[in-house]
Write a protein that binds this ligand. Structure first.
Ligand code: DX5
Ligand code: ZN
Length: 218
């Protein structure tokens, strides 16, 4: 099953509840919540209190992408604020602390995942395969919505798809950055099963049509 996860980073922050509802009605499967700290990435978005309020406004699955330095410091708070899935960047801390962050998420009964930036090789995610519910491959440099898809990341998706099928078939493979109606088929063909899309959904007036355009033609 392919999941579409609109990224709230491109939504109208003054109307987050309505924005979430519009994509739920439009057929989205998950909501993607991008947390940025101004240190791990050169931008700041939203954090724990916004997630806690937002949790009350929707029952949708909340996929929290932490673009923050040393995420082990905050994962428990994001779980308690209502995250269903928490993903952490392998570049953001030592292996020991990444392991501790993943463990803390699981202990809270939530799903966990690792994320790799474009310059990070697939092997850095493969290390964690048995311990995660999802691997997220960035197809832009994290920090901003509206950037162009990096097609040179497609071989990495294929490598990870093969490793997942071999070692942990239940693990999801998510792709994030520059996904639109033209690039979604490339990511799906390379093995992704969760598509994050910010601008391609929230910058369109007809959310149902925007989401449908990302799904594979049957
Ligand atoms: C980028 C974020 C993405 C972003 C995607 O750092 O992780 O989730 O919102 O936006 P688009 O789909 O516009 O590239
Ligand atoms: Zn993201």
């Amino acid at each position: 099953m392919i999941r579409i996860a609109p990224s709230l980073l491109s939504a109208d922050f003054a109307r987050l509840g309505e924005e979430a509802d519009s994509v739920r009605r439009g057929g989205a499967d998950w909501l993607h919540y991008d947390v940025m700290d101004g240190i791990f990435v050169p931008n700041i978005s939203f954090g724990i209190p916004v997630l806690a309020s937002f949790r009350k406004a929707t029952e949708m699955f909340l996929d929290v992408h932490l673009m923050i330095d040393r995420p082990v410091r905050y994962v428990e708070q994001f779980c308690d604020a209502g995250a269903d899935m928490v993903t952490v960047h392998v570049e953001a801390d030592t292996e020991e602390n990444i392991a501790a962050a993943l463990r803390a998420v699981r202990e809270r009964g939530k799903q966990c995942g690792v994320v790799i930036k474009p310059a990070t090789p697939a092997a850095e995610a493969e290390k964690w395969l048995e311990q995660v519910d999802m691997v997220l491959v960035m197809t832009v440099e994290p920090g901003f919505g509206g950037q162009s898809f990096m097609a040179e990341q497609l071989p990495k998706l294929r490598t990870l798809r093969a490793a997942i099928d071999r070692r942990h078939p239940g693990c999801l493979l998510e792709v994030d950055g520059g996904i639109d109606a033209h690039t979604a088929p490339l990511a799906l063909e390379a093995g992704a099963d969760v598509l994050v899309a910010g601008s391609a959904v929230f910058k369109k007036a007809d959310r149902a049509a925007a989401i449908a355009a990302l799904r594979p033609a049957i």
